[in-house]
Design a protein around this ligand. Structure first.
Ligand code: A4P
Ligand code: MG
Length: 203
């Protein structure tokens, strides 16, 4: 309290805070104390794939409002959706995050991480230094083409489901059931664990 204000007098320079603003601030506080769980899939098939995956994980951890809670084993996988032999193989991994960012900000951050690793978009499903996809964000469902949740192809991709299952055997893909059940229904052909490689959980 400033010395020249006597008890009972209010400072005439202070504007009352409208109730709508108080509500917004309170809602933001709830978000901060209530981080959401998000699952991201990382894929790289150009350059130093392991180094790039680790760099992307470290960059995610360096994001305010993001904590990387788990990092999966690395899988070497045949490119999906393209002519066999037309692209180098991928390294794929999954990370589990706790985040106070809303889904749209998390996607922006994912794109910023892709740009930091010089990802060039020339063709759909083209080779890339890094792809960062949001597989799931809490139990949010969205049909928005800019951010479809869960990721529209995650349920049929062993290169996403196998590493996710490794770090969270009880995981559920919203709207699709357990990852265990989804994995049992698809082939793991072309999706090989690389036990000789390891990604670090940032400290
Ligand atoms: N977008 C919509 N929903 C999401 C989401 N949940 N997460 C939008 C991330 N992005 C999402 O993505 C295209 C647009 O999708 C973006 O504008 C974004 O707003 P992109 O990363 O620019 O392009 P892309 O990755 O080539 O296209 P797409 O359709 O996302 O491809 P996928 O399905 O991610 O497939 N084979 C192996 N073995 N391993 C791989 O990792 N990855 C792909 C890419 C193909 N084959 C692969 C792998
Ligand atoms: Mg993508």
């Amino acid at each position: 309290m400033t010395a020249y204000l006597t008890d009972g007098q209010s400072d005439p320079t202070v504007q009352p805070v409208p109730p709508s603003v108080v509500e917004q601030v309170d809602a933001a506080d709830t978000t901060l104390s209530n981080p959401k769980r998000a699952v991201l899939a990382l894929g790289s098939n150009l350059g130093n794939r392991l180094e790039t995956l680790q760099g992307a994980i470290d960059a995610l951890e360096d994001t305010p409002g993001v904590r990387v809670k788990a990092v999966s084993p690395v899988y070497e996988t045949e490119p999906w959706g393209v002519e066999p032999g037309s692209q180098p193989s991928y390294f794929n991994a999954v990370v589990v995050l706790k985040t106070t960012l809303p889904p749209s900000s998390l996607l922006e951050r994912a794109h910023a991480v892709e740009e930091a690793f010089h990802r060039v978009r020339e063709e759909r499903w083209g080779p890339r230094t890094i792809d960062v996809d949001i597989v799931a964000y809490a139990d949010v469902r969205s049909e928005d083409p800019d951010l479809t949740l869960p990721h529209p192809r995650a349920h049929e991709r062993a290169f996403v489901l196998a590493p996710w299952h490794d770090v969270d055997p009880d995981a559920q893909l919203p709207g699709h059931g357990t990852v265990t059940k989804l994995l049992a229904a698809i082939t793991r052909e072309g999706v090989a664990p690389r036990a000789d490689l390891e990604l670090r959980l940032p400290e």
